[in-house]
Design a protein around this ligand. Structure first.
Ligand code: UD1
Length: 286
């Protein structure tokens, strides 16, 4: 197995030191790095991105380079290297604020941020490569993935990691907006299952598939649950909503059930408990 990462947001210590793991440190927006990354691989799982809506609003060019140029480089490199199939990490951000819930893959996309548009370009490039060159690609549209090892290091980090960090320290979390926005928080283990099924399932080349829990939880409910688990009543501070933010997000996962025989197995509460336990074990280590 080979892992390519520029460690712009992930941590080197998360890459296992194992004789079968070959690590390339570099930026996939560089075509030479992309070529080296895929040489000799049967499958490519393309998760590399600057995965933040507000960062893309601040810096559309930097985020385009990572999310679009990186994807195109990898598609070309993987096609030319004879890779069997490439799985692309798409995003529910492509749906934008279409009023209908849950979101189904055949709804018209309506991105509200450069990030959402870049993920849409990525999946359309994937489909085009399948049609034009016969190179098999599958896009998994992820919905707010969370779990152990997600880093709360920057204001752009995933909301669950930021809220756990704040509440564990007895601080109230900062909520952008009224906290009534909802998300389909999906435990990382279920996402891994969905991605691996995409590598092996028949008849999925060129498909775009929601991979999510299929539920919907508001930030206010998330805070209440965390306050209970972490035994604190530190109150949140409410500020203005973020530009480009989606109000509600929930996946229809029928297509994943049908094509991938996918069903999420970790409940939100269990996933959150595992994430809090991991966070506390890290705090103890420091
Ligand atoms: C997230 C992912 C994105 C993915 C998308 C799929 C992250 C960082 N982003 O975007 O990669 O493609 O889901 O749907 O994982 N919020 C606060 N306070 C904070 C931080 C966030 O109130 O301190 C709010 C945000 O305004 C937003 C919600 O929490 O309403 C979720 O934010 P965030 O975790 O950044 O994720 P998304 O923008 O939904």
């Amino acid at each position: 197995m080979r892992i390519a990462d520029d460690f712009s947001s992930g941590l080197r210590e998360n890459v296992p030191a194992h004789p079968n793991v070959d690590l390339i440190e570099g930026d996939l927006a560089n075509a030479e790095v992309a070529k080296r990354a895929v040489a000799g691989c049967a499958f490519v799982i393309h998760l590399a991105a600057i995965p933040s809506v507000p960062r893309s609003v601040q810096d559309p060019i930097g985020s385009h380079r990572a999310n679009v140029d990186g994807t195109l480089n990898l598609l070309i490199a993987a096609r030319d290297a004879g890779v069997k199939r490439m799985i692309f990490a798409g995003s529910s951000a492509v749906y934008g604020d279409a009023p209908v819930l849950p979101k189904r893959e055949d709804m018209r996309p309506h991105p509200l941020s450069p990030y959402g548009l870049q993920k849409l370009i990525g999946e359309q490039y994937g489909q085009l490569f399948t049609k034009l060159y016969g190179f098999e690609t599958v896009t998994t549209r992820f919905f707010n993935v969370f779990g152990p090892r997600q880093q709360p290091g920057s204001p752009y980090s995933g909301v669950i990691s930021l809220f756990i960090e704040a509440l564990a320290a007895g601080r109230g979390p900062i909520v952008h907006g009224d906290g009534k926005q909802t998300r389909d928080f999906t435990f990382v283990g279920d996402v891994v299952t969905g991605v691996l099924r995409c590598c092996e399932a028949p008849n999925v080349a060129g498909e775009v598939i929601n991979v999510a829990a299929g539920g919907r939880i508001s930030l206010n409910d998330l805070i209440r649950t965390l306050q209970r688990v972490l035994k604190t009543d530190a109150a949140p501070t409410y500020g203005p909503a973020r530009e480009g933010d989606i109000k509600d997000s929930q996946a229809d996962i029928q297509k994943a059930r049908k094509l991938l025989d996918f069903a999420p197995v970790t409940s939100f509460e269990d996933g959150l408990a595992q994430t809090v336990a991991w966070f506390q074990s890290q705090t103890l280590r420091k």
